[in-house]
Write a protein that binds this ligand. Structure first.
Ligand SMILES: Cc1cc2nc3c(=O)[nH]c(=O)nc-3n(C[C@H](O)[C@H](O)[C@H](O)COP(=O)(O)OP(=O)(O)OC[C@H]3O[C@@H](n4cnc5c(N)ncnc54)[C@H](O)[C@@H]3O)c2cc1C
Length: 471
């Protein structure tokens, strides 16, 4: 069959960040593209149940609780005394609705055809799309297919999720009240983000994590700072503990741990990782199979074992971020249609939207120590920056890791207001092979939080100079 004999040049399964960007990239190359997804999920998990609602919820929490202003106006400062779930959700719904419109408009203006429903393979080039109604079924063919079906919360089989008191991270957005107490099982990024948001709202949160630590990939000093802040908001951490049972009544829940501890709470939020959405795809008809977490294997160009089928986003596993899924989608489309594409830069930022937020890029101290790379640390504390005082952030800090052999930036770690934006300055310097001297010699706007880079760079270079003088 020639390429033009297919209904489409590209069929994309899923309209999340990976699917969207694959579709738009192919459309920009003049290809005929179809995107298959449920009409109520346009924009994917990212827009509807994941990134966007959770980040909007966080913004609403920060604003309404007045948390970020308490340093200036006192511990009792609130924008609203009684915050309701309605207050939080109205902002979330508003932003989600707008984002859905943005995604739809972008697909439409690029002449991408939206095919409503869920797709499954009939063969490597044919997808059957099942609509919402029985018998509502069409088949479409494509020269290439991009699988961008994302992931869903993994649910331990022994736990009874009831949509009201025992919830996964999707269902938490449907809460009809703010729980006065909450057990969060799993201290991964999603679990800890929600734990800190509810703690900021005044919910008594207990985090149960089977590992001995949380966010083990981050800088330990930063994680310690986060734990300190969360404890200050009445969060209890139970590390090295496993849940054996969650009992539910119409008024409360009791979570029992292997150690025998029992925790009474209004609700339980399970955040036990994610499962690739591949079980309904009839992969075997396309000659593919997924692993036990529903993930597909791909090569460096995001191509699966079947030549005309690509997979991007959460369905291929780590790092499972909206941030990376978009680029994977674009690169997959370029590769399919022979458009030259560069690989993604190895240096990728991590952003964790806890309260306060965390972000880093490059190496951690632990990694440099393990690989015997000599480095010096430069630190800037927000409370010593005029902008930190103005913003009322006295706990934030930025840490640079600098090579003592060639003065290159090896890592940047930020904790506090604007961390997820600020990190990109360090990323740009690192990505272009810059040294700490660039930051010393650069004039920064004043007063800004970005100035933290200059202060930390001076701190590191002063230490390096002292050492060199000693030698
Ligand atoms: C609570 C939460 C917070 C997050 N926060 C962040 C963050 O702050 N920053 C960040 O970068 N990432 C974040 N993520 C991760 C981010 O949301 C995902 O990495 C991203 O959405 C994955 O994009 P994707 O392209 O794989 O598709 P998804 O967004 O996962 O969407 C997949 C789409 O495929 C559709 N689909 C499924 N099966 C089929 C089928 N058979 N046929 C057609 N369509 C199908 C689904 O309906 C869905 O719309 C968060 C995730 C969660 C859950």
């Amino acid at each position: 069959m020639g390429v033009s004999d297919y209904d489409f040049d590209l069929i994309v399964l899923g309209s999340g960040p990976g699917g969207q960007k694959a579709a738009v990239a192919a459309a920009k190359l003049g290809k005929r593209v179809a995107v298959v997804d449920r009409p109520d999920m346009i924009g994917g998990v990212c827009v509807n149940t994941g990134t966007i609602p959770s980040k909007t919820l966080r913004e609403a929490v920060l604003y309404l609780t007045g948390m970020s202003q308490r340093e200036l106006y006192g511990a009792s400062y609130r924008v609203k005394q009684e915050i309701t779930i309605g207050d939080l959700m109205s902002r979330t719904r508003h932003v989600v609705d707008r984002e859905v419109q943005v995604v739809k408009a972008q697909l439409l203006r690029n002449h991408v055809e939206l095919v409503p429903g869920l797709g499954r393979f009939l063969d490597p080039h044919t997808v059957c799309v099942e609509g919402a109604h029985r018998g509502d079924r069409t088949s479409i063919t494509g020269a290439f297919v991009v699988i961008a079906t994302g992931s869903r919360p993994a649910r331990p089989a022994e736990i009874d999720f009831d949509k009201e008191r025992v919830l996964d991270s999707d269902e938490v957005l449907n809460l009809d009240h703010i729980p006065s107490s909450l057990v969060v099982v799993g201290a991964g990024v999603i679990g800890i983000e929600y734990a800190s948001m509810f703690a900021a709202l005044g919910t008594r949160v207990t985090v149960v994590e089977q590992r001995e630590q949380m966010l083990g990939f981050c800088d330990p000093e930063v994680v310690e700072s986060l734990k300190f802040h969360m404890r200050d908001l009445a969060v209890t951490f139970r590390f090295g503990e496993k849940v054996v049972d969650v009992a539910v009544s119409d008024r409360a829940t009791v979570t029992t741990l292997v150690s025998g501890k029992r925790i009474l709470a209004d609700a339980v939020l399970y955040s036990a990782g994610r499962q690739g959405m591949t079980d309904a795809l009839d992969l075997e008809r396309a000659g593919l199979s997924a692993d036990d977490r529903g993930r597909l294997a791909v090569d460096g160009d995001y191509r699966t074992a079947v030549e005309n089928i690509y997979a991007v986003g959460d369905v291929i596993g780590f790092p499972a971020l909206a941030a990376t899924s978009t680029d994977q989608g674009r690169i997959a489309a370029y590769h399919a249609f022979g458009e030259p594409a560069r690989e993604l830069a190895g240096l990728q930022p991590i952003g964790i939207y806890t309260v306060p937020e965390i972000s880093y890029c490059g190496a951690t101290e632990a990694e440099l120590t393990a690989t015997s790379v000599p480095y010096e640390v430069g630190i800037s504390r927000y409370r010593e920056l005029a902008r930190g005082q103005i913003a009322g952030d006295t706990y934030g800090m930025l840490k640079l890791l600098v090579s003592t052999t060639d003065r290159k930036l090896l890592g940047v770690h930020v904790f506090g207001t604007g961390a997820t934006d600020l990190v990109h300055i360090g990323q740009a310097v690192m990505g272009t092979g810059g040294t700490v001297d660039y930051l010393v010699d650069t004039v920064f706007n004043y007063p800004t939080l970005s100035e933290a880079y200059k202060v930390a760079a001076l701190d590191a270079t002063n230490k390096i100079r002292d050492l060199e003088r000693f030698s």
